[in-house]
Design a protein around this ligand. Structure first.
Ligand SMILES: Nc1ncnc2c1ncn2[C@@H]1O[C@H](COP(=O)(O)OP(=O)(O)OP(=O)(O)O)[C@@H](O)[C@H]1O
Length: 726
C-alpha cells in the first residue's frame, strides 16, 4: 500500500500536497518554510518514517536535530506514536550541542588533553556562598564574577551577570571578530575586556582545558574544519540530516550543519523565519534567508496551511506579522472554522489583570487546555500567588525560583527579623545602609566589639553620636518596634516609605546602574503576597510555600490543564485558550526594543513582533490580549502591538476619519500623550510612542514609525484624535 495511505490509516493524519512533496524530497537540500501550526513537526516525523520504511535507510544514518532536549523528547514521543508497530528502528533525536560535545570529547581524547565543563548545574546555595580565598570554583559563574571584580573593582549585580553571560554567548554563537564585537551594544562595564580575560583563563588553567557550553559549538566547528578524519567520519555516517526549528539556530550551528551535510547535501531544514525569537542569543535568520545562495541546487517549499487555529486567529496573526520588513513573504491560511473573536482588554490595573485571569480560569472549569503567557519570568510569582489562593493547580514550563533568593527579598526578611530582635548586630550589618538612620561601618564595628547584646539603638544612643543622628536613631528604634506589631503588608510599606528603603534603592540604582523598575517590581510583588496575611512569620512561611509550589509545578504536567509560561518557552506548544498578559509598552515590546527602534536599529523590534506572533499562534480557539493602565501608582501605556491587533480586528478608514473629523477633533499639544491613537493627514492611523514637547514619535500602521515636529503638526492641523473623529 502507498506510504501515505498506510500512515493515514495508522495515524488519522492525511498529509496535504506540500507536506507529501516535502516527505518524498529526500535527496538534495530542502528548505521547508512553514507557518505556525502547519505541521512542521508532523511532516518531519513522516519524512523520517519514509526514509526508514520506503527508502530503507539505516536509522544510524539519520541525524535529526532539535532545538532543545525537551523538544528532542517531544519529537521522539511523536515518532513513536506514528511508527510503533511499523518499525523497530530507533532514530536518535538530539540537539546540536550534544552532537558537538561528542565531537569535542573525541578530539580531545585523541590528543590526550584533559578538559572540564564549567557550566551547568549549580545549586543556589553554592551561588550564594560565592568564593573565599585564592581558588575560584571552576564554574563559569564564579570565574566571570571574579574577573568582573578584578577588572571593575566592584561586585557584579545579578542583572549585569545575566547581561555579561548573554553577551559572551552572543559573541561566540555569532562567531564575532574583534571589529564586529565592538558594534555589540552592552551595558556591562568593560564587557569586552572581561570576555578576553575569560577566554585566557579557560585556556591556561593548569593542565586542563576549561570549556563552557558555547565552546562546544565553536570547538566542534573548528575541529570539523581542521580534522579531515573526524569530518569525513561524520559526513559518511550521516547521510540524511534534518533540522527542526532551524530559525533559532545560531551562526556557528548553521555552519556545523553545513559542513556535515557535504557533499550530498541531503539536508532538510525546517524553519519559520517569523518565529525566530533567539536573536539575542546569537540565532540568525539571515542564514535562512540566504539558503538558496548557500546551497546551489536548493529547493524551497512553503507550508502555509494552519491546522491549529480558528479563522480569526490565523487571519489576524497573518496580518500582524506583516509589520516586519525582514522576512520571507508568506500567507498563512486555514480551512478551520470560525470561532470566537479575539478579545482585547485593557484593564485598570495590574492587580485587576491578575484577578481577571484567575476568575476566567476558575470559570472555565479545568477541561480546556489553557495557557497564560508573560514576557518576563518575574510575572509568574504574583500569578502563582493568586492562583494558589484560588485553589487552581497549574503546570509551569520554565521554573525560575530566582525571585525567592533575590537580595531584595532577603532584605525585607532581614528588616522583619530585626524588628523582632533589635539586638542582632549581624542582621543590622546587612541592612544598615538601606534605611535612614545613617549607621556607618565604624558604628557596626563598634557594636560588634562592644558585644553587649543590648538593643543596638540603645547602645548607639549611649555612645557619642553626631547630633543629627540621634533623632534618626530614636525614630528608627520606634519604627522597628511598630513594624513588629504590624501586618506584613503594612510593615513592607513602612519599611519602604518611612524607613527610607525605596530611597536607598533609588540611590543604588543611580550609583550602580541597577534596573529600578525590576527592583521596585519585586517590592510590589512582595506587598501583594503579604496582602491579607496576619503576621510577619506568616509572610516568611508564605514565601517558602510559594517557592516550593513554583519548584514542584514542573511535575504537574499531567495533573493540570493550565500552563504558565514565558512567551519564549511557549514555542512549539498549543492550547485551546491563550491569555497573553502584561501587554504594555516597556514590557512588550521592552523599553530597550523601543529605545533601539528610535535610534533606527529595527532588529530588536522585529524580534519582539515575532515573539508576539509566536504567542498569538499558540491558541486554537480563544485568544485574549490583556493590558492595564496602572502598575502601582505608575501610569503605563497599552502595548503598541495590542493597538495593532485592535486595528486589524476593527479597521477604521483613515481617509474617512480625517474627512469627517474636521476641526472639532484636531489634536492640541496638551492632548498628546504616549499611547494615544491619532490620524495624520498624510500618514493615516497611528499610535503615539514618544512625546517630548518638541518631537512626537508615531508608529503609523502603514507608513511605519515617524518622528514629527509638534509645532508644525499643531499649526497646520495635521493630527486628529482617533476616537473623536469616529
Ligand atoms: N495534514 C494535516 N491534517 C490534519 N492535521 C494536521 C496535518 N498536519 C498537521 N496537523 C496537526 O496540526 C497541528 C500542528 O502541527 P505541528 O505541531 O506539527 O505544527 P508545527 O508547524 O510544528 O507548529 P509550530 O511551529 O506552531 O509549533 C497538530 O495538532 C497536528 O496533528
Amino acid at each position: 500500500m502507498d506510504f501515505f495511505k498506510r500512515m493515514e490509516e495508522k495515524t488519522g493524519v492525511c498529509l496535504n500536497d506540500v507536506q507529501k512533496q516535502a516527505v518524498v524530497h529526500t535527496e538534495g537540500p530542502l528548505l521547508l518554510l512553514a507557518s505556525p501550526g502547519s505541521g512542521k513537526t508532523t511532516t518531519l516525523n513522516m519524512k523520517i518514517g519514509y526514509l526508514l520504511l520506503e527508502k530503507k535507510v539505516n536509522a544510524n544514518q539519520i541525524m535529526a536535530v532539535t532545538f532543545s532536549k525537551a523538544s528532542a523528547q517531544d519529537m521522539s514521543e511523536r515518532f513513536d506514536s506514528f511508527f510503533s508497530g511499523l518499525t523497530e528502528d530507533k532514530v536518535h533525536f538530539s540537539t546540536i550541542h550534544s552532537f558537538a560535545f561528542k565531537v569535542v570529547r573525541e578530539w580531545l581524547r585523541k590528543r590526550g588533553q584533559h578538559f572540564l565543563i564549567i557550566e551547568g548545574n549549580i545549586s543556589e546555595e553554592e551561588l550564594k556562598k560565592g568564593f573565599n580565598g585564592p581558588d575560584i570554583p571552576l564554574h563559569k559563574h564564579f570565574i566571570l564574577k571574579k574577573l568582573y571584580e578584578d577588572t571593575n573593582g566592584t561586585q557584579i549585580s545579578d542583572d549585569d551577570m545575566d547581561e555579561l553571560m548573554t553577551y559572551i554567548s552572543y559573541a561566540k554563537n555569532r562567531m564575532l571578530d574583534e571589529n564586529s564585537l565592538k558594534q555589540v551594544q552592552v551595558n556591562v562595564k568593560n564587557a569586552a575586556s572581561i570576555y578576553h580575560s575569560y577566554e585566557q583563563f579557560k585556556q591556561h588553567h593548569e593542565d586542563r582545558l576549561l570549556l563552557d557550553f558555547d565552546d562546544m559549538l565553536t570547538y566542534c566547528y573548528h575541529i570539523l574544519l581542521e580534522d579531515e578524519e573526524i569530518l569525513s567520519k561524520y559526513q559518511q555516517k550521516f547521510e540524511y540530516i534534518l533540522t527542526d526549528e532551524s530559525q533559532d539556530n545560531s551562526v556557528v550551528q548553521h555552519k556545523i550543519v553545513e559542513l556535515l551535510a557535504k557533499p550530498h547535501n541531503n539536508l532538510c531544514v525546517v524553519a519559520d523565519d517569523d518565529q525566530s525569537i533567539f536573536m539575542w542569543r546569537g540565532s540568525d535568520v539571515k542564514n535562512l534567508l540566504q539558503f538558496e545562495k548557500t546551497y546551489a541546487n536548493a529547493t524551497v517549499m512553503t507550508m502555509s496551511q494552519n491546522y491549529r487555529s480558528s479563522q480569526e486567529i490565523v487571519k489576524t496573526s497573518n496580518q500582524f506579522i506583516k509589520r516586519n520588513q525582514n522576512r520571507y513573504p508568506k500567507e498563512m491560511f486555514t480551512e478551520n472554522a470560525s470561532n470566537q473573536a479575539i478579545e482585547i482588554k485593557s484593564l485598570r490595573s495590574y492587580e485587576d489583570q491578575l484577578n481577571y485571569v484567575t476568575e476566567q480560569i476558575k470559570r472555565s472549569g479545568g477541561d480546556e487546555e489553557i495557557a497564560v503567557l508573560y514576557r518576563n519570568n518575574s510575572s509568574a510569582v504574583p500569578l502563582v500567588n493568586k492562583l494558589d489562593k484560588a485553589g487552581i493547580p497549574f503546570y509551569m514550563k520554565d521554573i525560575d525560583a530566582k525571585f525567592f533568593k533575590h537580595w531584595i527579598v532577603e532584605d525585607m526578611l532581614n528588616f522583619m527579623r530585626f524588628s523582632y530582635n533589635d539586638r542582632r548586630v549581624d542582621i543590622l550589618e546587612r541592612i544598615h545602609t538601606k534605611f535612614n538612620a545613617y549607621i556607618s561601618k565604624q558604628q557596626i564595628a563598634f557594636l560588634k566589639k562592644k558585644g553587649n547584646y543590648a538593643s543596638v539603638f540603645d547602645t548607639l544612643l549611649d555612645s557619642e553620636l553626631p547630633s543629627y543622628q540621634q533623632k534618626y536613631i530614636t525614630k528608627a528604634k520606634q519604627q522597628f518596634k511598630n513594624i513588629n506589631e504590624m501586618e506584613p503588608a503594612k510593615a513592607i510599606r513602612t519599611i519602604r516609605e518611612k524607613l527610607g528603603y525605596d530611597r536607598a534603592i533609588t540611590n543604588m540604582c543611580e550609583k550602580y546602574g541597577f534596573n529600578a523598575e525590576h527592583l521596585f517590581g519585586i517590592l510590589d510583588t512582595l506587598e501583594e503576597i503579604a496582602e491579607g496575611l496576619g503576621s510577619l512569620k506568616g509572610f516568611a512561611d508564605r514565601l517558602k510555600e510559594l517557592e516550593k509550589l513554583v519548584q514542584t509545578s514542573k511535575y504537574n504536567k499531567q495533573k493540570s490543564n493550565l500552563t504558565l509560561t514565558t512567551f519564549h518557552s511557549a514555542k512549539g506548544l498549543e492550547f485551546d485558550k491563550v491569555y497573553m498578559t502584561d501587554l504594555v509598552d516597556g514590557v512588550v515590546p521592552s523599553k530597550d526594543d523601543m529605545d533601539r527602534y528610535r535610534n533606527k536599529e529595527y532588529g530588536p523590534m522585529e524580534e519582539a513582533t515575532r515573539l508576539f506572533y509566536v504567542g498569538m499562534t499558540r491558541a486554537r480557539n480563544h485568544l485574549e490580549l490583556l493590558s492595564y493602565n496602572y502598575k502601582g501608582n505608575e501610569r503605563v501605556s497599552e502595548s503598541i502591538f495590542m493597538s495593532n491587533v485592535r486595528k486589524i480586528v476593527q479597521p477604521k478608514d483613515a481617509n474617512a476619519l480625517v474627512k469627517d473629523g474636521q476641526d472639532a477633533s484636531l489634536m492640541q499639544m496638551d492632548e498628546m500623550e504616549v499611547g494615544e491613537e491619532v490620524v495624520h493627514k498624510k500618514f493615516g492611523i497611528g499610535s503615539i510612542t514618544l512625546f517630548d514637547g518638541d518631537l512626537i514619535g508615531i508608529q503609523f500602521e502603514e507608513a511605519g514609525y515617524k518622528e514629527l515636529n509638534v509645532g508644525i503638526c499643531v499649526e497646520n492641523g495635521l493630527l486628529w484624535k482617533s476616537e473623536k473623529v469616529t
